[in-house]
Design a binder for this molecule. Structure first.
Ligand code: NZQ
Ligand code: ZN
Length: 385
């Protein structure tokens, strides 16, 4: 096992009735920004319930954070925060709203030029406003991690940053708040969580059986519980299980002491930036392609995944890997998620464009052991045409 430090200061409040703890957790702050997305929280009543808990605070509102949150919109919220001297951001929504809150909080104090540099030039965040979140969509794990992904309209770039100052102070996880999700978003949440685990598990053996079993247990739970939530997002118990899986999939626990990859996400982000395909759907496209392109390099973990997650024991190594890839594809497709590029009207020309974008950014190799060269990116996407 590798050396590691584990730090996660997020206070999680999970289950029914957690909202009544909100005001106590906002103290000592007085001026709060309620940040939300396109309005789902108004339709499903969450907005009203949250506001009822905020009667002792001065509340400012900023709605309209997009799915795949935009830098341009976030900067408008930064302006409001500066003008009103707002002290705390309460993000109510899915990963997009929480990610936007993290960026806005960091941009509030960024003084060395354009805050976009935090994403584009890896500039360090030295100060950030505190944020808290109320999760309405289990998927990204953003509620309990220090990552944020932001898109810039003017350049069509989707980039991420990490900062220990971006951990939310608290995360309220109430599975009933996700009951209003459309099936499409539930499916996205299941697949995003699944691929988060894969990025930290299907790498190469690191003599870390506990982390491997953590990862496998999340994958197996998603396979068992996912279809139940997909069929009925109001199934409280199944939604609870999905919600905790998605948080645990990306809160740093399963990546302790082991290598991780993240190439599927890096390629997926290009597909979203260029073609506005939902984040999880891009992962469902890229993952099988990457596995086909790197089946030898990732052989040991792919075989472990085949056996322990899908109970595949018979056949040659190559056959077992093929079956495991097919099982994964079938699982994604059973949730209504297409895994082939042509289903999204993407052709060979687009693959060239994606490779060029990596090239122009100087990203020549990435992934675990830097196995993903631009040639592999091309090959992986071509498998999915
Ligand atoms: O905007 P509103 O009106 O709220 O509607 C949203 C949005 O249209 C809707 N929704 C959310 N909760 C709902 C609901 N509709 C009905 N009932 C509810 N309870 O769902 C739509 C999608 O929301 P969004 O927040 O965009 O989805 P998700 O949570 O999947 O977040 C995706 C974003 O997170 C980034 C992705 O790249 C993408 O930008 N990621 C962030 C990560 C992180 N911070 O660690 C890691 C991930 O890999 C990912 O990259
Ligand atoms: Zn993801």
């Amino acid at each position: 096992m590798r050396n590691f430090e584990f730090y996660n200061p997020v206070k999680v409040m999970f289950g029914t009735d957690q909202l009544k703890k909100l005001s106590a957790n906002l103290t000592p702050f007085k001026k709060i920004l309620l940040l939300y997305g396109g309005g789902s929280i108004k339709k499903n009543g969450i907005y009203k319930k949250v506001n009822e808990e905020l009667s002792n605070f001065t509340v400012f509102e900023f709605g309209g954070i997009e799915a795949n949150p935009r830098y341009e919109t976030a900067m408008k919220a930064v302006e409001l925060i500066k003008n009103e001297n707002i002290e705390f951001i309460l993000a109510v929504g899915g990963g997009s709203v929480i990610d936007a809150a993290k960026f806005i909080a960091a941009a509030r104090f960024y003084e060395n030029g354009d805050p976009w540099d935090i994403l584009a030039k890896n500039k360090t965040v030295n100060k950030s406003l505190p944020i808290g979140c109320i999760l309405t969509l289990p998927a990204t794990g953003s509620e309990m991690n220090m990552g944020s992904v932001i898109t810039r309209n003017s350049t069509n770039e989707k980039l991420s940053f990490l900062s220990p100052l971006s951990y939310p102070k608290f995360a309220i996880l109430m599975p009933e708040f996700a009951a209003s999700l459309p099936q499409r978003q539930v499916a996205n949440g299941i697949v995003d969580s699944f691929v988060h685990v894969i990025e930290q598990y299907v790498t190469y053996p690191a003599d870390a059986p506990l982390q491997d079993r953590f990862a496998e247990s999340i994958l197996k739970t998603l396979i068992e519980e996912g279809p139940k939530v997909y069929e009925n997002p109001a199934d409280y118990n199944a939604m609870s299980n999905l919600m905790w899986c998605s948080t645990m999939a990306l809160n740093g626990t399963i990546s302790t002491g082991v290598p991780s990859d993240w190439s599927v996400h890096m390629i997926g982000h290009e597909l979203t930036a260029l073609y506005e395909i939902d984040h999880a759907r891009t992962l469902a496209i890229v993952l099988p392609g990457i596995w086909k392109a790197l089946r030898n390099e990732k052989k040991e973990k792919l075989l472990q995944y085949a056996a322990r997650v899908w109970n595949i024991y018979g056949g040659t190594d190559n056959e077992k890997i093929e079956k495991a890839i097919q099982k994964t594809v079938d699982f994604f497709e059973s949730l209504g998620i297409d895994t082939q590029l042509n289903k999204y009207n993407i052709n060979k020309e687009s693959i060239k464009l994606i490779v060029e974008r990596f090239e122009n950014r100087g990203w020549k190799v990435f992934g675990d052991r830097q196995l993903v060269t631009l040639e592999i990116v091309k090959k992986a996407l071509e498998y999915q045409l």
